[in-house]
Design a protein around this ligand. Structure first.
Ligand SMILES: Cc1ncc(COP(=O)(O)O)c(C=O)c1O
Length: 811
C-alpha cells in the first residue's frame, strides 16, 4: 500500500470514520445541474427536433424476435428511435404488465417526443407524471441526453434488424433487403442507413434474455443483446493478488494537502471573524446559560467549512425508480448552498451511483408484479416484532431460500442491513472474546463490535501478513493483564469493500483460519448477488465451500432491490442469534412486499427450478416466468454485471486514471485527490457541455450546427450516430463522490457503481465523459500501466480485449 494512504485516519477506529457521510448511503446520491434552469437558448435547442423526419410514423411488425408476438412500432422516418414494444401475446400476466408500461416508463423526454409520432406510446402508468413535462435542459446536454438515452431504444431496433438480417441470410433469401427496409415473411424492419455490413457480420442477438427489450423497461434496465458483452465473475487460482494501484505524483499529494491546509486556515479565519461579528450563527457551538454546546466543534467546522462547499453534490433529490437512469428534481441555491429550492424541472440521467448491481431496482417485471400481488394478499406491514406477534410464513420462506442460496444450514432475516451487523455481533461475542477486524470494515461492524465489550484489534486493509502477525501476537499474549486464553476469536471481514473496490483474499483467510482456529464472519453486503458465477458471493467467486465460513452476513439493499439483511450459519448459531439479536427480538420484521421482492429476485438469480419441491420454496402468489425459474435471466444479469465492471475498471486504468480495487468489483473507485476537483467532477458529469469548447455548447438553432451534427440529429441511426463525435451523445451522468471521513483525507474519489442494467454503450458514455473531464481537470495522472495509456477510441473499440485482460501483462 502506498505510504501516503497509510496516513488514513480510518485506522484510528472512529466509528464515523468509514461510513459516516451521506455518500455511503446505499440509496443513490443523485445529482442536479449546476445551471439552475434552462436558458431560452437551451429551450430552443430542445425544440430542435428533426420533425420533418418524424411526421411519417409507420407501424412495422417483425417476426425477427424469437418471442412470439413481440412487435416493434417504429417512427420510420430515417430510423427515428421512437420504439414501442409489445409483449408476446401468450406471456403470463407478469410479462404483460411490464410491457404495458414500457413506453410510459421510458425517459420522459422520449415520451414527450414520441407522443406526437406514435399513438402507441400513450400510457396511463402512474409514472406518466414524470413525463408530463420535458426534462430540464442542462447546458449542452439536452439533445445529448435525449439522443443517448433514446439510442437505447434505437439499439434495440437495430438489434432486431440485425437478427432479421441474419434470419434472412439463414432462410436462404426468402427475406429481402431493399433501401434500408428488410422485408421478412412476417413484416418489415427499418434499418438505419450505415448499419449495413457491420450489422450483418455480428452475431445474432438474443431476445429471450434479461436484456429482452420486450419485457423490460429500458430506462430501468438497458437493452444490450450482444452476447460478447458478457463475462463470468470467478477466481479459481488460489490466493488473490493485491490489485495494481498506482501512486500519485508528488505534486498531486502536495497540492491536495495544500488545498486542505488553505481551506482549514481560511475556515478558521472566517470562524474567528464571524464569531465576533455574527455571534447568532454560532449559538450551537458556544455555552449558553451554563449549558455545554451540543455540537462538536470539529464536526461542525468540517461540515461548515469543507463539506458545505460541495453540498450540491450530495443528497440530491430524485424521483421514480433509481435504475439504469434516475430522474433528478433540479434545484438551485441562491445562498451558497445554505438552502436549495426546487426549480420544478427534472433531468433524467444515467445512474452510476446506486448499488443496483443486478438491476432489480425496477417498477416493472416479474418481481414487481409479485410484490403487487403480495400487497393485495398481505398488506404493507408485519405489524410488530417477531417474538411479539409471530413470524409471517413469508419470513420463514425467505429464510429457507436465503439459507439455500448462500449454502448454509439456517438463516435469520432482519429488517435493516446496518442492524443485522450491529445487533448480531453482540449476540455472538462478549467480554473475554477477541474481535479482529479489517481496518476498512463498515461502520455497522465496528459499531456492533463496540457493543460487545470484547477486545477489538484491527489489521491493515486486506494485508494478510499483517493479519497473521496480529493473530500470532494476540494468541500468544492472550487476554490483557491475565494472559489467559481468549474465550473465542472472531475475524470480521467484508466480501467486497465498498470504498476500495477490493475483494477479501478468502483463500488466504481460510488458510489462516485452519491454522489459528478463529471464527470467520463475512459481511457480504456488496458481494452477495454481485460476485461469483452464480452470484452467491465470495465463496462462489473463489470456488470455496461455504461450510468453511462460520457466519455469512449480507444485505438485500443492493443486489436484490429490497431492504434488510440476513445472517446465515449452522442451525445452532442461528437459533442463538434469533433469541439474542435485539433487532429480531424488538425490531419490526421485514414487511411482506419487501420479503416478496427478496424471494422473487433471489429465486430468479438462483433459478429456483420448476419441480414441485422447488416451486414450494416460493409463495403461491409468486409466478415467475420460465427464464427466471430456470436461472437463465439471473445468469444473464450476472454476466452483464461482470462485463460492465471489468470494462469500466480496466478502461479507466488504460485512460490514465488512478483506479483502486479488483477489476471484478462492480464498485470502481477513481481517485480524485484534490478537494475542489471532487465538486467539479460531479458537476461536469452532470453538465457534460462544460468539458467541450464554448463554441459548441450553446447551439441555439440549426444554423449553429455543423453538417455532421445536423446529419446526426436528422438521422440518429446513421453512420455519424454510430460513430459518435462526442457532441450529442452526452447523457448527464450522476456519480457519487466520496471524501473524508469516509475515505482518508487525501484520497477523495468518485465511486462508480455499475449495474447489470447498464449497456455497453452506457459504460462507453461513462468512459468518454471521464476522459473529457479528466483531461480538463488534469486528473489523468496514471501511466495506464501495465502497458501504455490508450485513447478513448481505443478503449471503446477494444473493450473485449480489456475485459479479458489479465491485468498484469502489459497491453
Ligand atoms: C459492508 C456493509 N455492511 C452493512 C451495510 C448496511 O446495510 P444497509 O444499508 O442495508 O442497512 C452496508 C451498507 O452499505 C455495507 O456497506
Amino acid at each position: 500500500m502506498p505510504s501516503w494512504r497509510r496516513s488514513s485516519n480510518r485506522s484510528s477506529g472512529s466509528a464515523s470514520g468509514s461510513t459516516g457521510t451521506p455518500t455511503d448511503s446505499p440509496s443513490p446520491s443523485a445529482g442536479t445541474s449546476v445551471t439552475s434552469s434552462p436558458s431560452p437558448s437551451m429551450r430552443k435547442r430542445w425544440s430542435l427536433t428533426p420533425s420533418k423526419n418524424r411526421e411519417a410514423a409507420t407501424e412495422l411488425a417483425t417476426s425477427a424476435s424469437p418471442s412470439p408476438g413481440s412487435r416493434i412500432v417504429s417512427a420510420a422516418g430515417k430510423g427515428v428511435p421512437t420504439v414501442s414494444v409489445s409483449p408476446p401475446e401468450a406471456a403470463n400476466d407478469a410479462t404483460s404488465n411490464s410491457t404495458d408500461s414500457n413506453d410510459s416508463s421510458s425517459p420522459s423526454h422520449q415520451r414527450g417526443r414520441s407522443s406526437k409520432d406514435s399513438p402507441s406510446s400513450s400510457s396511463s402508468s402512474p409514472s406518466d407524471e414524470l413525463g408530463s413535462q420535458p426534462p430540464s435542459m442542462t447546458t449542452g446536454s439536452t439533445s445529448a441526453s435525449i439522443e443517448s438515452l433514446e439510442s437505447i431504444q434505437d439499439l434495440h431496433q437495430r438489434s432486431v434488424a440485425k437478427a432479421a438480417l441474419i434470419a434472412a441470410a439463414a432462410s436462404g433469401g426468402t427475406n429481402k433487403l431493399s433501401g434500408g427496409v428488410l422485408s421478412t415473411p412476417a413484416g418489415n424492419v427499418v434499418i438505419g442507413a450505415g448499419l449495413g455490413a457491420a450489422a450483418a457480420a455480428e452475431a445474432p442477438t438474443s431476445h429471450s434474455s434479461s436484456a429482452d427489450g420486450s419485457t423490460l423497461v429500458h430506462s430501468e434496465f438497458g437493452y444490450c443483446a450482444n452476447p460478447a458483452f458478457r463475462y463470468e465473475s470467478s477466481h479459481k487460482n488460489g490466493s488473490l493478488p493485491s490489485p495494481h494501484e498506482e501512486e500519485p505524483p508528488y505534486y498531486t499529494v502536495l497540492t491536495t494537502y495544500l488545498s486542505y491546509a488553505i481551506l482549514i486556515v481560511v475556515g478558521h479565519i472566517r470562524d474567528f471573524l464571524e464569531k465576533r461579528f455574527y455571534p447568532s450563527t454560532f449559538t450551537h457551538l458556544v455555552e449558553i446559560n451554563g449549558y455545554a454546546p451540543l455540537n462538536s466543534d470539529f464536526d461542525s467546522f468540517y461540515t461548515r467549512r469543507l463539506k458545505h462547499r460541495l453540498e450540491d453534490c450530495f443528497a440530491r433529490p430524485v424521483t421514480g425508480v433509481c435504475g439504469r437512469t434516475v430522474t433528478l428534481l433540479d434545484r438551485t441555491s441562491q445562498n451558497a448552498f445554505d438552502t436549495f429550492e426546487l426549480t420544478g424541472e427534472k433531468t433524467r440521467c444515467l445512474n452510476v451511483s446506486a448499488y443496483n448491481y443486478l438491476g432489480f431496482a425496477q417498477s416493472h417485471g416479474a418481481c414487481a408484479d409479485a410484490v403487487e400481488r403480495c400487497l393485495n394478499t398481505y398488506g404493507v406491514s408485519s405489524y410488530g416484532s417477531r417474538l411479539g406477534v409471530g413470524a409471517l410464513d413469508l419470513q420463514a420462506q425467505a429464510e429457507k431460500l436465503v439459507a439455500q442460496f448462500v449454502g448454509k444450514q439456517d438463516c435469520c432475516v432482519v429488517s435493516m442491513g446496518f442492524a443485522t451487523n450491529s445487533t448480531t455481533i453482540p449476540a455472538i461475542a462478549g467480554p473475554g472474546a477477541l474481535i479482529i477486524s479489517d481496518e476498512y470494515n463498515h461502520s455497522s461492524i465496528r459499531f456492533g463490535a463496540r457493543l460487545t465489550g470484547a477486545a477489538i484489534r484491527q489489521y491493515k486493509h486486506n494485508d494478510m501478513e499483517d493479519l497473521e502477525h496480529l493473530l500470532r501476537e494476540c494468541i500468544s499474549q492472550g487476554m490483557p493483564r491475565t494472559h489467559r486464553p481468549w474465550k473465542k476469536i472472531f475475524l470480521m471481514v467484508e466480501g467486497l469493500y465498498s470504498m476500495e473496490g477490493t475483494l477479501v483474499n478468502l483463500p488466504k483467510v481460510l488458510e489462516l483460519k485452519d491454522r489459528y482456529k478463529f471464527y470467520l464472519y463475512i459481511d457480504e453486503a456488496h458481494s452477495i448477488g454481485a460476485i461469483g458465477p452464480r452470484g452467491r458471493g465470495v465463496c462462489d467467486y473463489f470456488g470455496v465451500d461455504p461450510a468453511r465460513v462460520d457466519i455469512l452476513m449480507g444485505t438485500f439493499t443492493k443486489s436484490f432491490g429490497a431492504a434488510g439483511g440476513y445472517i446465515c450459519g449452522d442451525k445452532s448459531i442461528i437459533d442463538r442469534v434469533r433469541l439474542a439479536n435485539h433487532a429480531n427480538v424488538y425490531g419490526e420484521t421485514l414487511s411482506p412486499p419487501v420479503l416478496t421482492q427478496i424471494i422473487s429476485s433471489m429465486a430468479g438469480i438462483m433459478g429456483v427450478g420448476n419441480a414441485a419441491h422447488e416451486m414450494a420454496l416460493l409463495p403461491s402468489f409468486v409466478h415467475l416466468p420460465p427464464r427466471l425459474l430456470d436461472g437463465s435471466e439471473g445468469r444473464e444479469r450476472l454476466r452483464r454485471l461482470a462485463f460492465n465492471a471489468r470494462y469500466l475498471s480496466s478502461g479507466l486504468r488504460k485512460l490514465g486514471f488512478i483506479v483502486y480495487g479488483h477489476r471484478d468489483s462492480p464498485i470502481v473507485p477513481l481517485l480524485i485527490f484534490n478537494p475542489a476537483k471532487m465538486q467539479m467532477f460531479s458537476r461536469m458529469m452532470l453538465d457534460r457541455s462544460s468539458s467541450v469548447p464554448p463554441s459548441r455548447r450553446l447551439a441555439a438553432s440549426e444554423k449553429d450546427l455543423s453538417s455532421r451534427e445536423l446529419a446526426r440529429l436528422n438521422d440518429p441511426a446513421s453512420a455519424e450516430a454510430l460513430h459518435d463525435d462526442g457532441t450529442f451523445s452526452r447523457p448527464p451522468i450522476v456519480v457519487v463522490v466520496v471524501a473524508y471521513p469516509a475515505t482518508p483525507l487525501i484520497s477523495s474519489r468518485v465511486r462508480f457503481c455499475v449495474s447489470a442494467s447498464h449497456t455497453k454503450s452506457d459504460i462507453d458514455d461513462v468512459l468518454r465523459a471521464s476522459d473529457e473531464i479528466g483531461e480538463a481537470l488534469h486528473m489523468k495522472i496514471g501511466t495506464g500501466a501495465p502497458g501504455r495509456r490508450w485513447t478513448i477510441d481505443e478503449v471503446t473499440s477494444r473493450s473485449l480485449e480489456l475485459v479479458h485482460w489479465n491485468g498484469t501483462d502489459a497491453i
